[in-house]
Ligand binder design. Structure first.
Ligand SMILES: Cc1cc2nc3c(=O)[nH]c(=O)nc-3n(C[C@H](O)[C@H](O)[C@H](O)COP(=O)(O)OP(=O)(O)OC[C@H]3O[C@@H](n4cnc5c(N)ncnc54)[C@H](O)[C@@H]3O)c2cc1C
Ligand code: SF4
Ligand code: SF4
Length: 1019
């Protein structure tokens, strides 16, 4: 049946968007939950017509299917063992409505991006899950996800205006369009009649209707959303709002129109410490009663003075090493806290609270009222509100850091589970204490409770092993007890924001009761009569489904003893690349498969993402450790070569959005190193190259010269065709952006390149090349400042591209700029033989990498007179590597160096030319992106920063051998360059610039050219 289904799919979908292989079904099938389901087919969808045909075909073959956005769901609602339809990257369009009061969104836009879009208008996208940096609109709305601020009053259900959906029969309905509604009335009268009948039946049952109204006064996402049946009369509104919280069990959401809210201009936060958990909850209940003025309703859809109150129990505070908690411990042990025995720190509980105002006076007024309210309670230290974003930013960082801190310290091989319950706010003080006791009784001594106390919504984190039956049983019993406490004790919500999924499916009827559950089933049957949509989610007849299909989390236990360590060559051997790589790989064991890295992973969508790489490596290790299925292990290993290894750019940007700071690029380095150990030939080549750098650079210059000659002789078109054919045969790809060889300076000895006494006059024109800026410089400048300049082997070898239209190669341009600012340039001795080691690191020859770094380090140490002078490197990825292994000298990237040392010595004459800036991964990671942007803005009045371009994917030399990586990384760039009439781009990595030029058609060059063009010596 799958074969027939696939054959129909292939009639209208390209092969590269249908995956059935072991590797990609596993990778794409992995979500953030602790359930393992491997889809048989993964389809990357691209448009409504496609979805309509896909769902009709699924229906024809009775194949269950599941939709997926970012796959950050925690309860098992975005994984399946059947057909997985991904609607992410191709679904990113939006349209802002009149007065910015609404916004129309496709489901694949990341939530944080929506806020970026709305920021200039002082408005926000109200739903605010902690995962907003990765979760997509489709997943946020369909899960009814919420966070610290939106509560119930501004969740997706309340903010939704209309929805455009695709039903299981392929019909597209836009509830916001009268035309579409009219067509639907004609085509689906029975559907509408059933919705109306269900609405009327629920409303006629007063007890049920009232219970529904009550239950949604607190956060609740258990089961389907029943609120629309009692809140809206119009069946189209009921249809649209039923989609919220439906977890992909009703229909596909292809577009949603949401209300936006104002962002308050004035905000203040306080971290308030209570002596007992119960008192902290009593204070929350009291704060919730503080009413604000009418305009708050207009601004934020609620009339409360306090905007959020997050609870952090003592375990949470301990997990993040909260300084006040540490002080409290000392006070307790010294007997300074009345009534508390030494060693008992359980009482301390913090409430992080926030208030906002439209004016400063209003904010201060609110703060005073809140403080007065808090005055009724025993506080450990007085409550102080701060309006300083830096200070309150730290408070919120503490709150956000709980989950990664707890997850990061869990024992290897255990899952980090986040549970998510809610109690009616009045019962909070009692219920919270009982919940804490219950969890401890089940032996979860390291569990912590934290969360949105203002909504009665708590998360508790458990480090859970599923290795033994006993452990699974322990989890099961604890969950059943929690269910009893929440449902029977307080009629609360078993899932407040993370969705029912498979995790709470067996408890939906238990929480809601027979009548409500029947209403949910009826709603499901109206939308999905064949029961194909997201089977097993929300509705599941297996009472034990929540403890089945659990994800194995094997240890990534590579044989690290085989990794040769070259660290001893370095001045500081503890900076060994091998050791650092091994540490990073061990850290990958902390991966919770949350998927937060995917937004920054450039290969996600082309091949695998960082999360998928870890998931596949885990599966391979699992199969190897258990000996379960050697064929599958072998297949995965084979497929991983291209999808996992060769197309990883090793840029490490994944670590920037990973809560555990895992750098999957390092895992790739290790895997390459392991492969290298099995390939002595590859290692010998690496050794040879390391020992013959000068000759290799010369050889490369010859190659570049020949290629340039070919380019000039054959012309761009013919040369490109020839080279594409050669690339298909395994040769590195040549493109028109390929540099000429670096022109060698006339002087034979570069070790002490000394600048002219009378510096060249400033260029008067802003033309591309100023005649006054010509070489060479001779003589010595008395009293000039000195800088050691290592141009990197790339810039010693590669010159400008044919289209670059620059007279000087970068090395000369840098010298010229330095000279203009009165700097004397010192080159390290033996520069021709030197390399930072980056190329060996990226190939997995970590020991050779360190050896090369050490040679360079010694030369720089000498040239800088033991660190007396700063060291400049014009190639940012090389500098990034140097900074990792050389800590004794001040090492600078050009923009950073210019901003710090040259700006005071130069006059800037900004130009109007539209210029684009490319921020490389290494620039981002070194934290110098702001310098680069600021510098470019000093030079040009029209600096363009493209959107949605992260790593360019050139990845050192990978752009030559796997150009598809580079093309994919820059797929969003060319249209923006063209639309904004950009003539030239600037960056700080020659290799990235080659890829940028190839994929945009405009020249890209170092920022140094722009600075040199736009500056004169300070008068
Ligand atoms: C560390 C961490 C923290 C989190 N914090 C929060 C939090 O604070 N609050 C919170 O509420 N959640 C939180 N979550 C859970 C999760 O991130 C959110 O529920 C999020 O909204 C899911 O979005 P997604 O894009 O990943 O959707 P997915 O997981 O891909 O999908 C979610 C559901 O929507 C369905 N779906 C996806 N796209 C469509 C579509 N176009 N049409 C129909 N159905 C579709 C899927 O089938 C699935 O059932 C957290 C998760 C993690 C890992
Ligand atoms: S690498 Fe980090 S961000 Fe990526 S899935 Fe693992 S824990 Fe999450
Ligand atoms: S290093 Fe780059 S390509 Fe590789 S997993 Fe990380 S972000 Fe993705």
């Amino acid at each position: 049946m799958i074969a027939q289904f696939l054959s129909e799919m292939r009639q209208f979908l390209p092969d590269d968007r249908i995956y059935t292989d072991e590797l990609r079904t596993l990778g794409w099938g992995t979500d953030a939950s602790f359930y393992r389901q491997i889809p048989k087919v993964v389809i990357r969808s691209d448009g409504e017509e496609e979805i309509s045909r896909i769902v009709k075909t699924c229906r024809k073959f009775k194949l269950p299917y599941t939709f997926r956005a970012a796959g950050t769901s925690l309860s098992g609602q975005s994984c399946t063992d059947s057909v997985l339809i991904v609607a992410g990257k191709h679904w990113e369009k939006y349209e802002i409505g009149p007065g910015q009061e609404t916004i129309r969104l496709q489901p694949g836009i990341v939530g944080a991006k929506v806020n970026e879009i709305l920021k200039p208008y002082g408005r926000v996208f109200p739903p605010d899950p902690a995962s907003i940096g990765s979760a997509m609109v489709g997943g946020i709305v369909i899960n009814n996800a919420s966070g610290m601020n939106c509560g119930v009053h501004a969740n997706s259900d309340r903010m939704l205006v209309s929805a455009r959906i695709i039903l299981t029969d392929g019909t597209i309905l836009d509830t916001g369009s009268e035309e579409s509604r009219e067509a639907f009335r004609k085509s689906h009268p029975e559907f509408l009649r059933k919705i109306e009948t269900l609405r009327d039946r629920v409303r006629a049952d007063e007890k049920l209707a009232s219970r529904i109204r009550t239950k949604y006064t607190i956060k609740n996402v258990t089961g389907l959303n029943l609120r629309p049946l009692v809140a809206y009369d119009d069946p189209f509104d009921i249809i649209a709002h039923s989609m919220v919280g439906s977890e992909g069990t009703l229909a596909f959401l292809s577009e949603v129109t949401m209300r936006t809210l104002h962002d308050y201009p004035f905000k203040a936060s306080a971290m308030v410490y209570f002596l007992t958990m119960k008192e902290s909850c009593e204070a929350v209940v009291a704060m919730k009663k503080l009413k604000a003025g009418e305009e708050d309703l207009q601004m934020s859809a609620e009339q409360l003075m306090v905007k959020s109150a997050e609870m952090l129990d003592y375990k949470s505070l301990s997990a993040v090493d909260d300084p006040v908690y540490l002080q409290y411990k000392q006070d307790v042990d010294a007997g300074r806290i009345a009534g508390v025995e030494p060693g008992d720190y359980r009482g301390l509980t913090a409430i992080l609270t926030e208030t906002k105002g439209t004016t400063h006076e209003q904010l201060l007024e609110k703060i005073e009222k809140i403080k007065a309210c808090l005055g009724q309670f025993r506080l450990y230290i007085p409550a102080e509100f701060t309006e300083d974003p830096k200070v309150y930013g730290k408070y919120w960082a503490i709150r956000s850091g709980i989950f990664p801190s707890v997850g990061g310290t869990r024992p290897v091989g255990t899952s980090c589970l986040i549970e998510d319950v809610a109690f009616p706010i009045e019962s909070l003080p009692e219920a919270t204490v009982k919940l804490q006791k219950l969890i401890a009784e089940h032996g979860y001594s390291d569990a912590c409770i934290y969360g949105h106390a203002f909504e009665g919504n708590y998360h508790f984190i458990l480090n859970q092993s599923f290795e033994s039956e006993q452990e699974v049983k322990r989890y099961e019993e604890m969950m059943r007890d929690v269910a009893r406490l929440v449902v029977e004790g307080y009629d609360g919500s078993l899932k407040a924001e993370h969705g029912t999924g498979r995790n709470m499916a067996p408890f939906v009827k238990y929480e809601w009761g027979e009548e409500a559950y029947e209403a949910m089933k009826e709603l499901k049957a109206i939308f999905d009569p064949d029961g194909l949509l997201n089977q097993g989610v929300i509705f599941n007849d297996d009472p034990d489904c929540f403890i089945k299909c659990l994800k194995p989390l094997p240890v990534l236990d590579y044989d690290f003893s085989r990794v040769p360590d070259g660290g001893h060559y370095l001045m500081e051997p503890e900076l060994s690349t091998a050791q650092e790589t091994i540490e990073q790989v061990k850290r990958a064991n902390k991966c919770i498969e949350c998927g937060f890295c995917e937004v920054n992973c450039m290969s996600c969508g082309l091949t695998l993402s960082s999360r998928m790489r870890i998931a596949v490596q885990r599966e391979i290790r699992h199969l190897e450790q258990t000996g379960e299925n050697p064929e599958r292990a072998a297949t995965l290993r084979k497929q991983y070569k291209y999808y996992g290894d060769q197309t990883c750019a090793t840029d490490g940007l994944c670590s920037t959005s990973c809560p555990m700071k895992i750098n999957t690029g390092e895992l790739t380095h290790l895997i390459r190193q392991m492969d290298m150990l099995n390939s002595p030939m590859g290692y010998r080549v690496g050794e040879f190259a390391a020992n013959h750098m000068a000759g290799i650079k010369q050889g490369l210059r010859v190659v570049l010269d020949v290629a340039h000659l070919g380019h000039v002789t054959l012309g761009s078109t013919l040369m490109t065709q020839v080279c594409r054919t050669m690339n298909k045969m395994g040769m590195p790809l040549w493109t028109t952006a390929m540099p000429k060889k670096k022109r060698q300076p006339q002087r034979s000895d570069l070790t002490q390149f000394i600048i002219e006494k009378s510096l060249p006059p400033a260029p008067s024109s802003r033309g591309v090349d100023s005649a006054e800026n010509s070489l060479p410089y001779e003589g010595k400048t008395e009293g000039a400042s000195k800088v050691v300049y290592f141009p990197s082997c790339i810039n010693q070898t590669m010159g400008q591209s044919k289209g670059g239209n620059k007279k000087h190669d970068l090395v000369d341009e840098v010298i010229q700029l330095l000279a203009k600012a009165g700097y004397e340039t010192i080159f390290p001795e033996g520069m021709e033989r030197m390399c930072c080691g980056q190329i060996w690191e990226s190939k997995g020859m970590l020991d050779i990498a360190d050896r090369k770094s050490a040679e360079l380090e010694a030369a720089l140490w000498k040239a800088s007179e033991q660190g007396r002078y700063p060291v400049l490197c014009a190639q940012s990825p090389c500098l990034h590597r140097m900074r990792k292994v050389m800590h004794k000298m001040k090492l600078y990237e050009p923009a950073e160096f210019i901003m710090k040392y040259l700006v005071p010595r130069l006059d800037f004459h900004p130009i109007d030319r539209h210029v684009a800036l490319h921020i490389t991964c290494s620039t981002r990671q070194m934290g110098v992106a702001d310098d680069l942007i600021a510098l470019a803005r000093l030079c040009s009045n029209n600096v363009f920063l493209p959107e949605g371009v992260g790593c360019c994917g050139f990845a050192g030399d990978r752009g030559f051998t796997f150009p598809e990586l580079n093309k994919y990384g820059l797929r969003k760039l060319r249209p923006q360059i063209e639309a904004n009439h950009i003539e030239v781009g600037y960056s700080n990595s020659r290799t990235c610039e080659i890829g940028l030029e190839t994929n945009t058609g405009i020249p890209y060059m170092s920022i140094v050219y722009l600075v040199n063009e736009c500056t004169t010596r300070k008068k």
